[in-house]
Design a protein around this ligand. Structure first.
Ligand code: AMP
Length: 175
């Protein structure tokens, strides 16, 4: 199945110059949604994953399914101020300014084997921050998975050097 056919490109969203890759057109159809989940599950099923960490908000669409099928727990990474109990946080650089993500302090036990998931890899800043946060908590990042990887000038993969990266759809970006 060619999963890329189910991705909608939305030029100029949320601002001019961005080619937004819309995954809602993939997950709204059962067959490609199931196929995308299964490909990630097949890749990681023998790696002893005990926690799946997903990044707000589209990461959650796949994250819960992955955790359930891998026999792991599910952990939410969120934007600042959204989680109710004590958190760990990680701030990372954007093109203009910074962003922060948070995770509950007790979400991951020391030594746990963690799969980090987000819908899309662009510059890699978000996923790298998520990996740092997992490691701050004492977890071991076993892999990082995405539905889409934007390849070319963004070099997101370079930022995640040393991690086992799985991306289902590779889309080149021209800049
Ligand atoms: P980055 O930190 O640059 O790798 O950006 C990844 C995050 O931003 C992911 O959570 C994506 O959902 C979102 N994102 C970045 N660029 C795009 C894009 N062109 N289309 C859709 N989502 C994007």
């Amino acid at each position: 199945m060619n999963l890329e056919e189910f991705i909608r490109n939305v030029p100029g969203f949320p601002k001019p110059g961005i080619q937004f890759k819309d995954v809602t057109t993939l997950c709204k159809v059962h067959a490609p949604f199931k196929e995308s989940c299964n490909r990630i599950i097949d890749y990681f099923k023998k790696k002893g994953i005990t926690k799946v960490v997903a990044i707000e908000a589209r990461g959650y669409v796949w994250g819960g399914v992955l955790a359930y099928q891998l026999g792991a727990g599910f952990v939410l990474m969120r934007k600042p101020g959204k989680l109710p109990a004590e958190t760990l946080s990680e701030t990372y650089e954007l093109e203009y300014g910074t962003d922060t993500i948070e995770m509950h302090k007790d979400a991951i036990e020391r030594g746990e084997k963690v799969l980090v998931f987000d819908d899309l890899l662009a510059t890699g800043g978000t996923a790298k921050a998520a990996c740092n946060l997992v490691e701050k908590a004492g977890g071991q990042v076993i892999g990082v998975a995405f539905v889409i990887e934007l390849t070319g000038s963004l070099h997101g993969r370079d930022k995640l050097e040393g991690y086992d990266i799985l991306s289902l759809i590779k889309i080149p970006v021209e800049e």
